[in-house]
Design a binder for this molecule. Structure first.
Ligand SMILES: [Zn+2]
Length: 216
């Protein structure tokens, strides 16, 4: 990867972080964003609010999670990002946030079932819930990678949500949709609960997505 390609990725990570804040997916410094490099990853630094983030503050980590001397401290959740790149060759970008409604459901121990066809943006007929593990630990990284198996999005118990996708733009779009689905599902729970789509109905949704260029 050339320096200019890496700079483009750094700028894109800054843009995605700021978009998450602007769209209400994040408050303060709680979210983090990364992109795969051929020999490691780029990840947002720890404790920098998106408004103040600059391309040169994005931390480059090698495959073992080591940063060059003088780099900012990486997000405390870097292991979660690195673990996904190690496990999933189809994932090149990861977005994690504590968006409100996704977090409400995650704290109540509720995965999102197939109550709306757009649940399929997560790649499966539900958006599952990874079990609770302490933030920043290898155990959380493993729980998240397990929960994302076969899909692109999951809730994280008592924590938030995480999305892995082929591109940063796609990861942001999915995270935004997960939050919207979480908000609507939460709303249906307040009025008796949703009607759930069955397997055949969801299979038809996936078939429709495959034939619809912009969703592929
Ligand atoms: Zn978090």
């Amino acid at each position: 990867m050339t320096d200019s390609e890496e700079l483009r990725l750094r700028n894109e990570i800054v843009e995605v972080s700021q978009a998450m804040a602007a769209r209400g997916l994040n408050r303060g410094t709680s979210g983090n964003v990364s992109a795969r490099l051929p020999d490691g990853l780029l990840v947002t630094p720890s404790g920098v609010v998106p408004d103040r983030l600059a391309a040169d503050a994005i931390v480059r980590l090698d495959a073992k999670g080591c940063a060059p001397a003088g780099a900012f401290k990486p997000s405390s959740e870097w292991r979660m990002h690195a673990g996904l790149y190690a496990r999933r060759p189809d994932i090149n970008a990861v977005v994690h946030c504590h968006s409100r409604h996704a977090t409400i459901l995650a704290c109540a121990g509720r995965p999102i079932p197939a109550f709306h066809y757009m649940v399929a943006v997560g790649g499966r007929s539900l958006i599952p819930l990874a079990p609770y593990r302490t933030f920043g630990t290898p155990e959380l990284a493993e729980a998240v990678a397990d929960a994302l198996e076969g899909g692109f999005a999951c809730l994280m118990a008592n924590h938030g949500q995480i999305v892995g996708a082929p591109t940063l733009a796609k990861a942001l779009a999915i995270a935004e949709e997960v939050e919207e689905q979480a908000a609507v599902y939460w709303g249906t729970l307040a009025i008796g609960g949703p009607n759930i789509l069955d397997d055949a109905q969801m299979a038809a949704v996936f078939a429709q997505f495959r034939g619809y260029g912009q969703e592929s």
